[in-house]
Each structure stands twice: as C-alpha cells, then as structure tokens.
Design a protein around this ligand. Structure first.
Ligand code: NAD
Ligand code: WQD
Length: 350
C-alpha cells in the first residue's frame, strides 16, 4: 500500500469516483460521511468495482462536526493526507437556509482542520469551486482572477479557502491544495456509480438524465438570449473520472515541500452551451429531450470556462474526456439506475 488517505464526503458523487481511483491507484482509503446526501450503496459498489483493492477501503458514518468521533478515528489510524469533499452544495438551498450551510460547511471544515493538526496530519486537498469567480468579466478564468461570492454556498467556499490560507500561513508545516472544479458531469464508465440527487435536480446534467428516463417531462432551458453562439449559457463540463484523477495528481503534488497553500482549476478549458449538451446527450442515449425555452435563471453567469494551464504545468494533469464520453457514461448510469441508488416510488396505493 502506498499511502493512507482519508476522504471526507467519500460516499457522494465526486467523492465516490475519487475513492475508486485512489483504490485502483494503490492507496488505502478511509471514508468519513454522514450520508446526509448519499447512500451506503455507493460505497458497496466502489468496493466491488475496485476488485482486489476493495479490501483497502473502510467506511465510517461520522458527521464532521462530531469532534470526539473524528478524534477517535485519527487516534486509531495514521493518515498521510485528507481529501475534503464533505459539504452541502445546493446553491438555491443555501439562499433559503444560509445558517445550515455556514454551520455544516464551516464548522465541519474547522473541526476537521483542528483534529488533523492535533494528530500531526497537515496535508490537505480541498474541494473548492469555480463559483468563487462569481460572474467573470472575461474568460478563460485563471487562478489569479478576483474572487467573489454570489450566494451563501459560494461564500462558504471563499471562506474555507481563506481559512486554509491563514492556517498554512500560521504553520508552514501545512501543505494545502485548493481545487476549483468547474462543472463535473458523467459517471464511471461501468454505470454502477453516479450522481443521485435528492428531489428535483438543480443542475443541468442530472435534470437531462431524469427527462431521458421519463421521471421529468421536459427540460427548461434557462435563457436563450445570452451573447453565445446559440443564445444559451456556456459552461466548462468536466468528466468526473478526469476530476477524480486530478485529485491523485494533487496528492502527488503535496509531496513538494514548497507547495504551501496553492490553488488549481480543474476544468477542460472548453465551453459548451446548454443546447450543445442536450444534443450530445440525445445522440448518446437515442432519447429525445423535450425542451421548454424559459427566461434566465437568477444569478446565472453567461459564460464560464477554465484556464487549465496552471494545472497542466504544475500538476501534470489534463482532462482526457469530451462531452461525448460524458454523455455516454451518464446514460450508462441512467439506463442501469433510473432511480439512482434507490427504488422507484411505490405508486400502487395511489
Ligand atoms: P455530494 O453531496 O454528492 O457529496 C458530498 C458528501 O458529503 C455527501 O455524501 C454528504 O453526505 C457528505 N456530507 C455533507 N456534510 C457532511 C458532514 N457535515 N459530515 C460528513 N459528511 C458530510 O456532492 P459532490 O457533488 O460530490 O461535491 C463534493 C464537493 O465538491 C462539495 O464540497 C462540493 O461543494 C464541491 N463541488 C461540487 C461541484 C458539483 O457541481 N458537484 C462543483 C464544485 C465543487
Ligand atoms: C449549467 C447551465 C443553466 C439547469 C452550479 C453551481 C456551481 C457549481 C456547479 C458547486 C446554466 C443551465 C441548468 C436546467 C438549464 N457547483 N440549466 N436548465 O449553474 O454552472 O453551476 O453547479 O460548486 O456553484 O452554481 O451549473 O448545471 O446548474 O447549469 O438551462 O434545468 O445549464 O442556466 O447555463 P452552474 P448548472
């Protein structure tokens, strides 16, 4: 075994894919997750997909804010590094319930950092987001762009980035990498693990997927008058397996004693419109996605995509997959698991 990694939020969408890549890469991996927005089935499937390597996976149902439970885990096991995914991520919900987001995301992170420091584990990779670029004036977004938050969720990301910078500045033994993800989509090509949002999805790809399997009648296209090639919003969609691999590159970069607290974009550097994504998904799935053209969604930016130069140069990482593979794999997951990790609702009584 190469190293022992703790993954917070490892039962979730990006976490489960990263845990699989870690196991396959020869890392022993412990997952901490309170299962607030995930299913234990994801952990079981990751273990199966990892084959022989699956025996190096352990799961601990712990809320990050439960400091005594986290202390017990760190007392039992020595971790070489932590990848910190755990957090709440729904933008709209964060506007309605800001205290829930500040409590969960900030206290969870602070508790984690305190326990890590107390146990001498000072290597961290944190899930930040392109949301910290707010509404960028120009694209592609480079890591040096001015930062701003346009909702409470985004403010938790900005604040955690600042906390990490402060912690590393105060104690240079810390080595921290902040990864700013653009729009993660797709699933493992097996179609056995994927994203399983609770309720009606907020994000484009899970929404398209639920229309394709007949759970929702149509997709609303939010905004057709943007200054883009077809009038719809442009984003940098990145295959979740590429994203997961970016975390392995970041872990390797933590071996550099001079890393300090460094930030990297994880995107493809390519912009895709909503209508281009719909067309790619229709092609991959053979399903027609009925569309309703709607007004702009409040708070949406027009065009967001990443500059990938810094990650390519310093992490030696570059996304391999395009939107064809993203849609192909998303459909593989959707067609095998139309109700995600759960079962269809029982309508026999109605
Ligand atoms: P997800 O909801 O699927 O995974 C997050 C996991 O964290 C869930 O399994 C949840 O149960 C767990 N969790 C939440 N609060 C916890 C707590 N207090 N203690 C223990 N576990 C807790 O989300 P995801 O899409 O996999 O995102 C992972 C991370 O990446 C998040 O921090 C998110 O903000 C960030 N991110 C996601 C996206 C995206 O579009 N999916 C984009 C940029 C950044
Ligand atoms: C993409 C495009 C929509 C749904 C969000 C968060 C961001 C980050 C990633 C965590 C936009 C359009 C969408 C629909 C649509 N998450 N759309 N109909 O808004 O870029 O980013 O997820 O950090 O913080 O804000 O992603 O998938 O919601 O939207 O037309 O039903 O699809 O308007 O142009 P977004 P998204």
């Amino acid at each position: 075994m190469e190293k022992n990694i703790l993954v917070t939020g490892g039962a979730g969408y990006i976490g489960s894919h990263t845990v699989l890549q870690l196991l396959l890469g020869g890392y022993a991996t412990a997952v901490v997750d309170n299962l607030d927005n995930s299913s234990p089935v994801a952990i079981r499937r990751v273990k199966e997909l990892a084959g022989d390597h699956g025996r190096f996976l352990t799961f601990h149902q712990i809320d990050l804010r439960d400091k005594p439970a986290l202390e017990r885990l760190f007392s039992r096991t020595k971790f070489d590094a932590v990848i910190h995914f755990a957090g709440l991520k729904a933008v709209g919900e964060s506007v309605e319930k800001p205290l829930l987001y500040y409590n969960n995301n900030l206290f969870g992170t602070i508790t984690l950092l305190e326990v890590m420091a107390a146990h001498g584990c000072k290597n961290l990779v944190f899930s930040s987001s392109a949301t910290v670029y707010g509404w960028p004036k120009v694209v592609p977004c480079t890591e040096e762009f001015p930062l701003s938050a346009v909702n409470p969720y985004g403010r938790t990301k900005l604040c955690i980035e600042d906390i990490c910078r402060d912690v590393q500045h105060a104690d240079p033994e810390w080595r921290i990498i902040l990864l700013r993800y653009f729009n993660p989509v797709g699933t493992h090509p097996s179609g056995h693990i994927g994203e399983d949002p609770c309720g009606i999805p907020n994000n484009l790809m899970p929404y398209i997927q639920q229309v394709a399997v007949g759970r929702l009648p149509h997709l609303q296209v939010y905004g057709t008058d943007y200054n883009t090639k077809d009038g719809t919003g442009v984003r940098d969609y990145i295959h979740v397996v590429d994203l997961a691999d970016g975390h392995i590159s970041a872990l390797q970069k933590l071996d550099d004693p001079k890393i300090g607290c460094e930030v990297y974009n994880l995107g493809t550097g390519k912009g895709t419109t909503v209508l281009e994504m719909v067309a790619a998904f229709e092609k991959a799935s053979g399903k027609k996605i009925p569309l309703v053209m709607a007004g702009r969604r409040p708070g949406d930016a027009e065009i967001v995509y990443a500059s990938t130069e810094k990650a390519e140069r310093e992490l030696k990482w570059k996304a391999k997959y395009g939107i064809e593979e993203m849609c192909r794999d998303q459909w593989s997951w959707a067609s095998k698991n139309p109700y995600g990790y759960g079962s269809p609702p029982d309508t026999s009584q109605s």
